[in-house]
Write a protein that binds this ligand. Structure first.
Ligand code: GUN
Ligand code: FE
Length: 425
């Protein structure tokens, strides 16, 4: 079925302050892309097959710009520690288990199954340092139909020996083997993934930057998440003025290189200015930022000020893959920021949160020539069909109100899902 119509109560963000709703509207899909959205379907389309979802909500698929697949197995644990202690106590021991392919298979099957049943259609994912397990994760994702970038993680210092690349040369050999083995995938692409500055030596960063250039890869990492981490980076990189500079001096910070940086909570003005100039994507991860006591990112300031911002679940810093929960949390923590930290930006609205989850995060794919995140001519048909019957109440709600309640109440049900025109559920 290359060409078809999808009918239902359609809602999507057209801009960061406008949700468009077409109750009983129709989307025309041709060869995996949207070619039209209509309140009344023109007669010329009358012969096409129709997937009629009645009064279910139809939304664009969401992009999770920052999630750790190997941390899914212990999500919801250890939520009383700050980042660096949490990494050493929970994360590193768990990630070391992915050396065992049998363990990785069971854990990654569960991760991918949950991701397919979530509202995420696209994601940028961290794996571990292990090449066979990372390729296996990519295989499972490829079969799922989700559209993802996946990174074999690089880390060769300041981490336990049981989860450390044994040398820079070995790290490079493994990274090359992984990149070349991943060439066979269509929907699952490699993204260069130095864990963060504390875990990578300068010579490894330099070598990764060479590989990046050679293979034309995008980059993902962590930035300015926690005060202790930032002080540590300043010690490790005495010649730099700010954390982001320790990536940019290797050409791993946007500027023609598609880059996602998670968190950016404490970015000083010069770091933020460089992110904007270099079109670095910010993955705002408010559930994680609460759990590992990181802080509250100035997401409203970034979004309204023209930075590129999407959302990240950051499982297992974040407790859930559900981006509706992340959206509601983004709104809620922005209110605390406004009340307690900075009155210069009004709190985020749910309209802005939906924009970040769909259009904002989807903008990462624009770096690769694909339009993602809304229903307009030329956009990839990524869509969610949501049953909010369990939320019905005394009065009728508009489509936009239904969407808001869906995000806050978490009692609705995903009944169908499409990524690039392919039906996953
Ligand atoms: N910084 C370095 N590694 C990690 C990680 O696994 N999660 C989070 N939230 N921050 C990190
Ligand atoms: Fe993370």
């Amino acid at each position: 079925m290359n060409t078809y119509i999808v009918k239902g109560d359609i809602c999507f963000s057209r801009s960061m302050d406008e949700i468009v709703c077409l109750e009983q509207g129709s989307i025309v899909v041709e060869n995996a892309r949207v070619t039209g959205v209509f309140q009344t379907l023109p007669a010329r389309y009358a012969a096409l097959p129709v997937l009629d979802y009645g009064h279910r909500l139809i939304l664009p698929g969401m992009s999770d710009l920052h999630v750790h697949a190997p941390q899914f197995a212990f999500r919801g644990l250890g939520m009383d520690m700050e980042l660096l202690e949490w990494l050493n106590t929970y994360t590193f021991p768990e990630e070391s288990k992915y050396q065992d392919l049998e363990y990785a298979h069971r854990a990654y099957e569960s991760f991918v199954r949950h991701l397919v049943h979530s509202t995420t259609t696209r994601a940028s994912i961290f794996a571990t340092i292990h090449v066979p397990a990372t390729l296996h994760l990519m295989e499972l994702l490829e079969q799922s139909g989700l559209r993802t970038y996946v990174g074999k993680v690089n880390m060769n210092r300041n981490c336990p020996v049981y989860l450390r690349e044994i040398s820079k040369n070995q790290a490079v050999r493994d990274t090359v083997a992984w990149i070349e083995a991943a060439e066979k995938f269509e929907k699952t692409k490699p993204i260069l993934t130095p864990r963060f500055i504390p875990s990578c030596t300068d010579d490894l960063m330099y070598a990764l930057s060479e590989l990046r250039r050679q293979y034309g890869l995008p980059v993902q990492s962590h930035l300015s998440e926690n005060p202790g981490e930032i002080a540590w980076v300043a010690e490790l990189c005495p010649g730099t003025k700010f954390y982001g500079e320790s990536y940019s001096r290797y050409g791993l910070f946007g500027g023609g290189v598609p880059t996602v940086m998670a968190h950016c909570i404490y970015s000083p003005d010069d770091e933020a200015a460089l992110m904007k100039q270099n079109r670095v994507m910010i993955a705002h991860c408010p559930t994680s930022n609460e759990n590992v006591i990181a802080g509250i990112a100035p997401a409203a300031y970034y979004l309204r000020g023209g930075w590129r911002v999407g959302l990240g679940s950051d499982v297992a810093g974040g407790q859930t893959l559900d981006l509706f929960t992340v959206m509601a949390t983004a709104v809620q923590v922005s209110k605390l920021r406004w009340r307690y930290i900075d009155q210069s930006e009004k709190p985020l609205t749910m309209v802005e949160a939906l924009y970040m989850a769909t259009v904002g995060g989807g903008d990462f794919w624009a770096d690769f020539g694909e339009k993602v995140g809304l229903f307009e001519d030329g956009y990839a048909f990524d869509a969610l069909v949501l049953d909010d019957d369990p939320l019905k109440n005394m009065r009728a709600f508009s489509a936009a109100e239904r969407l808001e309640r869906y995000a806050y109440l978490g009692k609705g049900k995903l009944t169908a899902k499409f990524a690039a025109g392919e039906k996953l559920l």
